[in-house]
Design a protein around this ligand. Structure first.
Ligand SMILES: [Zn+2]
Length: 260
């Protein structure tokens, strides 16, 4: 086989691994808010409680074959299932292209999976659970001691400042307005991002997430016209900004002043 074909095969394989990982992330996103273990028991249809057959759990394929409906009761399968699988598959393929066969995948793979899981939990439940953010921040710090992607003090400063600065902003906003604009979950997510991307990534990630958040917020207000404040979760903007940083920060197409 030519080397181009081998490379394409490796990217495809990474994408398939990503689809399978996405399938597991869906189980986590569904069960964690209910206090259930993602590791025990078969998945069941949320409408009719029928256990889902193995052949109906193939990522993306089953959703398409079943046309988005439960085989037993015909109830709709939430769009989140194929969305998480597709995003995970594409991210895994993109990570392989960016870091082919690199040990850094041991850090950025779990990091990307964490960002996807936390984004969808925040979208559905406005919840960035400590049970994910805290141990994963610890994992990022440990990996910074082992892998060459960061100097360890960049990771530790990133976690400390990411958590601390955002906590300060959340506290200040609350004291000034009496409303909770940013949750402590956002502070812990930024600590996680700081642990994996380093302190030098924080200004760019905070700025970019704020711009995207303000943009989406403005569109929502314009569409509703009434001006009623729709609460939107901030976690997905932080996660998206972190992924953009991971993939693009060293790209010659992006002005470095944006990030540093
Ligand atoms: Zn059903």
């Amino acid at each position: 086989m030519s080397s181009a074909a081998t490379e394409a095969g490796a990217v495809l394989l990474a994408g398939l691994v990503g689809l399978a990982v996405g399938s597991f992330l869906n189980v986590v996103i569904t069960r964690l808010p209910r206090g259930e273990s993602p590791l025990q028991g078969r998945s069941r249809c949320p409408q009719c409680d029928t256990p889902i057959r193995w052949r109906d759990t193939l990522p993306l394929v089953s959703y398409l074959l079943l046309r988005g409906r439960c085989r037993a009761c015909g109830g709709p399968i939430p769009w989140r299932y194929p969305a998480v699988e597709l995003v995970s598959g594409l991210l895994a393929a993109a990570l392989w292209v960016k870091f082919p066969a690199s040990p850094l995948l041991l850090a950025y793979g779990p990091f990307a999976a964490a960002l996807v899981t936390l984004s969808f939990l925040d979208l559905e439940h406005f919840w960035l659970p400590d049970v994910l953010t805290l141990p994963l921040t610890g994992l990022g710090l440990v990996l910074s001691l082992i892998l060459p992607h960061l100097r360890w003090y960049e990771a530790f400063l990133g976690a400390l400042l990411g958590g601390g600065v955002f906590y300060g902003v959340a506290w200040g906003y609350y004291r000034l307005t009496g409303r909770e604009g940013l949750g402590l979950g956002d502070a812990k997510l930024l600590a996680l991002i700081g642990a994996f991307l380093g302190v030098q990534a924080l200004p760019g990630v905070v700025l970019l997430s704020a711009l995207m958040g303000a943009g989406v917020g403005a569109v929502l207000i314009w569409r509703e016209r009434a001006g009623r404040l729709t609460p939107i979760p901030y976690g997905p903007f932080l996660a998206l900004a972190a992924l953009l940083h991971l993939f693009l920060a060293d790209s010659p197409l992006v002005p470095q002043a944006l990030w540093r």
